[in-house]
Design a protein around this ligand. Structure first.
Ligand code: PSV
Ligand code: MN
Ligand code: MN
Length: 424
């Protein structure tokens, strides 16, 4: 469901006076302000189709009401998010959770909502009902060639689904690995995985990218066949120019310096995209920015610095996706918070005085370097983000408007409740 245009206008009207007051100081540096607004307006974050419903854990799931039960309904939800914040104009699909039965219809529904299809994701971490061979002992790493072929074929089918929707990238996340020492020959597992990825890579259309996502642990707890950025980078380098590393913020061991990883991958031209989330312990898939907003800012600082150094377009040269799970929050509220947190960190990074920082680094003025970064991080940039949204036709306060409009209650009225959104 979409809101009436007047509803958004009325919401903004009641907040306009206050908004003008808080945004005014930023206008002093008019050129910088306008440049940031322009960049924010272009910046779109893809919503994962699997995050529109309650996720759950291996212990249980507590489905909410009015959650989407079909791809059409998931698109409707993304359309609403995009209407509210004007920065959610893309969706990332997981196959086979979201097989588009009628791609043309889905494509025109998305177009009407201003949504494009970001990376398509394959799934060889679960066995599907109609599947001939099991992935219990891995997919592309498997000792049995027939299992590997099945996984390769699945990825090629995912590319076909993506082509029909206008997608331009494939994300491969493999749960492959081992749970006990001795279970795997690491070298042979790597080589088999590489061979499989090479076959998939050969099926990529010329203008597509392949993202190789790494993860430190889970579901395998001793080794993962793509366990860290080094392994992912090795695959990406061996595969070729269309292959890149994908960084999921939750897929590192505690205290990993993700911003440094980002900087070096960018330097190598091998950073492909992101899965945004946050975590306290591991792959908790919590709302991005909810636990460690300073880390998120530092990551964006490296992104802005590195992308500018390489002359890259912030909005289009990397894949920006959320990957989170909502167990106790309304998924739509959570996604509104997620996009807001990403835009805040991005805006703060854009505020960093890059020239002064570079000069301070040159002088080894460590204290000043810290001051310059924290000056930007401690600035409340929410008025800038709201101004960009306002100009794009969105709501000054998307989450508040979502609540005021009782969207979830309306959705509950006309959707079957508790339907699985992910297929899990
Ligand atoms: C795995 O933890 C992951 O981050 C991968 O991106 C999957 O595709 C996604 O979660 C959904 O399960
Ligand atoms: Mn992920
Ligand atoms: Mn994950």
């Amino acid at each position: 469901m979409l809101l009436e245009k007047d509803t958004i206008l009325a919401h903004n009207e009641t907040r306009m006076h206050r908004h003008h007051q808080v945004v005014a100081p930023f206008r002093d540096n008019f050129e910088k302000f306008e440049k940031i607004i322009e960049l924010l307006t272009r910046f779109q974050v893809a919503i994962p189709s699997w995050a529109l419903g309650t996720g759950g854990t291996r212990f249980g799931r507590f489905p909410g009401k009015g959650e989407p039960g079909s791809l059409e309904e998931k698109l409707e939800d993304v359309g609403l998010l995009h209407q509210l914040n004007c920065n959610s104009g893309a969706i990332s699909l997981h196959i086979p959770w979201d097989i588009p039965e009628s791609p043309d219809r889905i494509r025109s529904q998305a177009e009407a909502l201003g949504i494009r299809f970001d990376a398509v994701n394959s799934n060889t971490f679960q066995d599907q009902a109609d599947q001939a061979l099991s992935y219990k002992f891995g997919s592309l790493q498997h000792v049995d060639k027939a299992v590997r072929q099945q996984a390769i074929q699945h990825n090629i089918e995912v590319i076909e689904h993506g082509k029909a929707l206008g997608s331009k990238s494939l994300t491969v996340w493999l749960s492959d690995g081992s749970c006990f020492p001795g279970q795997l020959n690491f070298r042979k597992a790597f080589q088999r995985t590489l061979e499989g990825l090479q076959e998939i890579y050969a099926s990529l259309p010329a203008d597509w990218k392949m993202f190789v996502e790494y993860k430190a642990f889970e579901p395998n707890f001793y080794s993962m066949s793509v366990g860290d950025w080094g392994q992912s980078l090795l695959y990406a380098q061996k595969l070729g120019p269309k292959a890149f590393t994908l960084v999921d913020l939750g897929h590192h061991l505690p205290n990993a310096n993700i911003e440094q990883i980002v900087s070096l991958l960018l330097m190598e031209g091998k950073l492909g995209g992101f899965h945004f989330n946050d975590s306290k312990y591991g792959d908790d898939d919590l709302t991005v920015g909810s636990i460690n907003p300073y880390q998120l800012f530092l990551i964006f600082h490296e992104l802005v610095e590195g992308m500018n150094a390489r002359g890259m377009h912030h909005a289009t040269d990397l894949g920006w996706m959320i990957d989170a799970s909502h167990n106790v929050k309304d998924p739509l509220e959570d996604l509104l918070q997620s996009v807001e947190a990403i835009l805040i960190a991005y805006t703060q990074a854009l505020l960093v005085d890059a020239e002064a920082l570079s000069a301070a680094q040159q002088q080894n003025d460590v204290a000043l370097c810290q001051e310059l970064l924290q000056e930007a991080f401690r600035t409340d940039v929410r008025p800038i983000v709201a101004e960009a949204r306002l100009r794009a036709g969105g709501a000054l306060q998307p989450l508040q408007l979502y609540r005021e409009s009782n969207v979830r209650r309306a959705l509950t009225g006309h959707r079957r409740s508790g339907k699985l959104a992910t297929g899990l």
